[in-house]
Design a protein around this ligand. Sequence first.
Ligand code: HEC
Ligand code: HEC
Length: 167
Amino acid sequence: NCAQCHGSDARGSKGFPNLTDGDWLHGGAPAKLVETLTLGRQGNMPPMAAAVGTPDDVKNVAHYVLSLSGSPHDSLRSQLGKAKFTACAACHGMDGKGNQALGAPNLTDDIWLHGWGEQAIVSMVNNGKVNVMPAQAGKLTEAQIHVLSAYVWGLSNKPATLATARP
Ligand code: HEC
Ligand code: HEC
C-alpha cells in the first residue's frame, strides 16, 4: 500500500519522504503517524518570489538556506539573503528548523525532500509546491492503520536507539 510511493525499503525518493530517517514533516509520535495515515497530509508551500523580491534576491535567499545546513554556498549571497528569510520564517521558523504543525520542513538538517542545491531551492521559492499523501482511511481498516503506524514508528526507533538513549 505504501511502497509505490515510499519505496519498498521505505526510504522514499524525491517528493516522497524517507520514513526511516527520524526527520519528520508532520511528526513522528505514534498518534501523529496514525493521523497521517488516516487523514493523509498535504504539504503546501505557496510561490514566494514576489515576497522575496528580484531573481537575484531569490538566489541570495537560496544561498542563505544552504548556509543553514552548512552546505556549500556563496557567503556573500548568503549574507544578503538573510534579511529576505523573514518571508520564510512564518513557516520554517526564524532558525529554519521548520514547523511540524504546518508540515514545513527543517531546512538546517541537510535532508532534502525536493532536491539539494541552488537550483532546487530557487525553484521551490519561485513555484512553491503542493505535495499530497492520500488518506488511507477508505482503503485500510483502523486496525491495519494501527499496525502500519507501529511498523513506521519502528523504522526510525530501533531498540538500539532506545538503549543508548537511556541514562
Ligand atoms: C500516492 C503516494 C503515497 C502513498 C500510496 C502513500 N504515501 Fe505516505 N506520503 C506521500 C507523500 C507525497 C507524503 C509527503 C506529504 C507532504 O509533503 O507533506 C507522504 C507522507 C507520509 C508520512 C509523513 C512523513 C513525515 O515526515 O511526517 C507518513 C508517516 C507516511 N506518508 C506513511 C505512509 C504509509 C504507512 C503509507 C501506506 C499505508 C503511505 N504513506 C502511502 C505519498 C504517499
Ligand atoms: C506558508 C508556509 C511556507 C512559507 C512562507 C515558506 N515555505 Fe518553504 N515549505 C513549506 C512547506 C509546507 C514545505 C514542504 C512542502 C512539501 O510537503 O513537499 C516547504 C518546503 C520548502 C523547501 C524544500 C525542502 C526540502 O527538504 O526539499 C525549501 C528549500 C523551502 N521550503 C524554502 C523556503 C524559502 C526559502 C521560503 C521563503 C522565501 C519558504 N520556503 C517559505 C512552507 C512554507
